[in-house]
Design a protein around this ligand. Structure first.
Ligand code: PLP
Length: 425
């Protein structure tokens, strides 16, 4: 079971004699026991087992084991959504008065969480760019800095993270490096191999891959020593809700253990067993889908680059792209998944014509579906911003985001080319 493709199909669930071959959906909130003593031991974390689905569930756990295996982590915890996975991760290490560093070109939802909601709770996010010089980033670190956060392939900017620089800084200061690997997926990049300590996902995207289930997951890299690290009092102080347990003592599974036993016990942002089942099913073909998304996207990006209605194309595996070298370095085979952004000539009006003319690509607030889809941020997700504000946020008014599916390559190119042609009429 060491090869990646085999793990996609089989990791996480291994039936015993006579048990269902397919991981069952355990649609039960509760689990029955013979004695109150045994149940008490479960509550005290002295015994391992299921007792309430808010804490753990066999179906969710099957998905957790699979994704932990795919990412090369020691454990994983599922969550209700990508946003809740990120929120739980941050609350696992940060108190009011603490701070962390994040790249600014990240998913809009994460940006809002960091810039507004966490700030309201007294947690300060210090934004940097992927290419901010190391000395400048180090200048933002103080003894209350608890994490560095970035995305492997930023959504929607398409920037590939500078793992070498950020992991060197994180290691130098004993700070946790958290990487959102949603767009790359472990099929194209395993951030733990490049120094990440925690990997988070919106499993809503490629892990599910079929646009059926909102979900998230947090993977513990097991490669960070909390014990005695003064930056992490929450892991080194006895937890009274568990009779004085010290989570750092859990060693290689401390991060995930505390996130499950404390943070999500209190927040309760869990995935449903049914969504975990569907997400696990999606993961079984991840190794087949990601190369197809990537080759379709690259072929389309190349064709679009030559089209007279296109101002620019952003795709990291396109030769000459600003992120090309990093894509070759950190992404398997230089493959950069299915998200392609481009600038359309003619701004809002042309973007509207383009979207209406598309046939295979449907207008969806989504990326990473097997089906191709399109979104024009300026008229949807970012519609409240002025043209100047859009420019500043890195989503200029002419930016159109395509999520390239796994349909036939020539059909995809034809659909986009014909819709682009219509904008020139
Ligand atoms: C979609 C997305 C999220 C948020 O995930 P949800 O499942 O929608 O909550 C976080 N990070 C990235 C990179 C995403 O693309």
């Amino acid at each position: 079971m060491d090869k990646f493709d085999t793990k996609c199909v089989q990791a996480g669930y291994n039936p015993s004699n006579g048990e269902p071959r397919v991981m069952p959906i355990v649609q039960s909130t509760t689990f029955a026991y013979d004695t109150p003593e045994e149940m008490g031991e479960l509550f005290d974390l002295k015994k391992v087992g299921y007792f309430y689905t808010r804490i753990s569930n066999p179906t969710s756990e099957g998905l957790e084991r699979k994704v932990a295996a795919l990412e090369g982590g020691t454990a994983a915890v599922t969550a209700a959504s990508g946003m809740s996975a990120i929120t739980l991760t941050m609350l696992n290490i940060l108190n009011a008065g603490d701070n962390f560093i994040s790249t600014a070109t990240i998913y809009g939802g994460s940006f809002n969480l960091f810039n507004i909601t966490l700030r309201r709770l007294g947690i300060d996010c210090r934004f940097v760019e992927n290419d901010t010089p190391a000395e400048e980033i180090e200048g933002l670190i103080d003894d209350k800095t608890r994490a560095i956060f970035m995305e492997t392939i930023a959504n929607p900017a398409g920037i590939v993270a500078d793992f070498e620089k950020f992991s060197r800084i994180a290691e130098k200061y004993g700070i946790l490096l958290i990487v959102d690997n949603t767009i790359a997926t472990p099929a194209l990049c395993r951030p733990i191999e490049f120094g990440a300590n925690v990997v988070v996902h919106s499993s809503t995207k490629y892990l599910d891959g079929h646009a059926t289930s909102v979900g998230g997951i947090v993977v513990d890299g097991g490669n960070f020593v909390f014990k005695g690290n003064p930056r992490y009092p929450l892991f080194n102080t006895p937890d009274e809700s568990y009779h004085g347990i010290v989570f750092a003592d859990a060693g290689k599974t401390a991060f995930g253990f505390r996130l499950r036993a404390v943070v999500n016990r209190d927040i309760g942002a869990i995935i449903s067993p049914f969504n975990a089942f569907l997400t696990n099913l999606g993961c079984e073909t991840l190794h087949l889908r990601m190369p197809k998304h990537s080759s379709n996207a690259l072929a389309l990006a190349k064709a679009m680059k030559e089209h007279p209605a296109v101002e620019w194309v952003k795709y990291a595996s396109l030769p000459g792209d600003a992120d090309y070298e990093r894509a070759q370095k950190y992404l398997d085979g230089g493959m950069a998944a299915g998200m392609v952004s481009f600038g359309i000539k003619g701004g809002r009006e042309a973007a509207a014509v383009f979207q209406k003319e598309l046939k295979l690509f449907r207008i969806c607030t989504h990326v990473a579906d097997a089906r191709s889809c399109v979104l024009h941020p300026a008229s949807t997700t970012h519609r409240q911003l002025t043209d100047a504000e859009l420019e500043k946020a890195g989503v200029p008014v002419n930016l159109v985001r395509l999520s390239v599916g796994i349909e036939d390559e020539q059909d995809i190119i034809r659909d986009v080319t014909e819709a682009l042609n219509a904008t020139l009429k």
